[in-house]
Design a protein around this ligand. Structure first.
Ligand code: MRU
Length: 349
């Protein structure tokens, strides 16, 4: 992304600057957060979204929440930090990067518990910036590792938005596509619009066009037809949480897409940083799935499209079984035909 989706402005007294993704592609507007409430709202309302970007926002939000806290001793300070992390952890349930980043901030505080409170705050500030830097680095490596999986001159399909907007760098799935494109491996990208909130239409197609790639937008119900008619060579998506088994939660519709890809023998790749693995969760069915407002289904960009009073079910994510995934692409390397043993080896090795 030429314009970072999230960054820290200034020093310890500074603020978080982020793109309000709910307004894209019509308007490129920034939000400035100086407190935890602003960060919570931005995560909850999807102003910042995508698992890695949520993790960065959480780390910075934790610092904002603790920056002005006065405490006489470490225990009081840590209790206040835990209040902040608990609060931020209620913003969204599925992307594990949120909890990973918050736990990381708590661990830093604990590691420096003998230091003065102001020094601990400085370490927390550095850590929040480090989460962003590491994510930039990871997304570059994910791209480098994944590019080789795409055949020369290939046509790829992607879902939701797993690009620079969703991370601190180039993205996860889109990092693979960008790197493959640079190597002449990607000629064309098909982006699925991704109802209900249209991240594919609003964000992915915008981001890919800005980057100069040949992108074609399709409705979600066109996937099977397009896979056959346009000879899709690979599907690449991101993930919000990967269980120890290799089952991967991603935007609602990803599971169906993986079944269609399997049926047509099209390789289905999941690209994600190590921070998206949740080794405490054994299998995909244990991943908490966020349910969002019915309005997301009954309205499209502010216009009501369904009768008043209709019953709605709106799960925001589903789970791609490991058996449908040809490979998981991470910054540490690739897990081909993932299973629990291979996931453990790469993540913990
Ligand atoms: O609800 P969102 O927009 O946060 O969902 C995002 C996705 O599902 C992405 O595909 C996922 O986070 C992978 S991103 C790099």
């Amino acid at each position: 992304m030429s314009i970072p989706t999230i960054e820290w402005e200034g020093g310890v007294d500074g603020r978080v600057k982020l793109i309000d993704q709910t307004l894209l592609p019509g308007e490129l507007k920034f939000i400035y957060c100086e407190n935890k409430e602003c960060m919570w709202e931005a995560i909850k309302m999807l102003r910042i979204r995508g698992a890695p970007a949520i993790g960065i926002a959480a780390a910075m939000g934790a610092f904002l929440g603790i920056r002005d806290v006065n405490a006489d001793n470490f225990n009081d300070f840590f209790l206040r930090l835990q209040e902040v992390t608990t609060y931020l952890g209620t913003a969204r349930p599925t992307a594990v990067n949120l909890f990973w980043a918050l736990e990381r901030m708590e661990h830093v505080a604990q590691a420096f518990h003998t230091e003065p409170i102001d020094t601990i705050k400085e370490f927390l500030f550095k850590e929040a910036l480090e989460v962003l830097e590491e994510d930039r680095d990871s997304s570059k490596k994910i791209g480098e590792h994944g590019a080789a999986l795409i055949p020369k001159g290939g046509t790829v399909m992607t879902y939701c938005n797993a690009g620079g907007l969703a991370t601190g760098g180039y993205g996860t799935a889109l990092a693979v596509i960008y790197a493959a494109h640079e190597q002449g491996r990607v000629d064309q990208v098909f982006a699925c619009e991704t109802r209900p909130l249209l991240q594919g239409a609003r964000l992915t197609s915008w981001e890919l066009m800005e980057a100069g790639l040949d992108v074609t937008l399709i409705c979600d119900n066109m996937v099977a037809h397009v896979m056959v008619e346009k000879k899709i060579d690979a599907v690449v998506v991101g993930s919000d949480r990967i269980a120890a088994s290799g089952d991967a939660a991603n935007k609602i519709g990803s599971y169906g897409l993986s079944i269609i890809a399997r049926e047509h023998k099209v390789p289905f790749y999941v690209a994600a940083p190590i921070s998206t693995f949740d080794m405490k969760i054994a299998k995909g069915s244990d991943i908490p799935i966020e349910e969002r407002s019915p309005d997301e289904v009954t309205y499209i960009t502010g216009h009501r499209t369904a009768p008043e009073g209709v019953k709605v079910y709106n799960p925001a994510f589903d789970v791609i079984p490991a058996g449908n995934i040809r490979a998981i692409i991470t910054e540490k390397g690739i897990i081909k035909e993932p299973n629990a043993k291979k996931v453990k080896k790469l993540v913990e090795g």
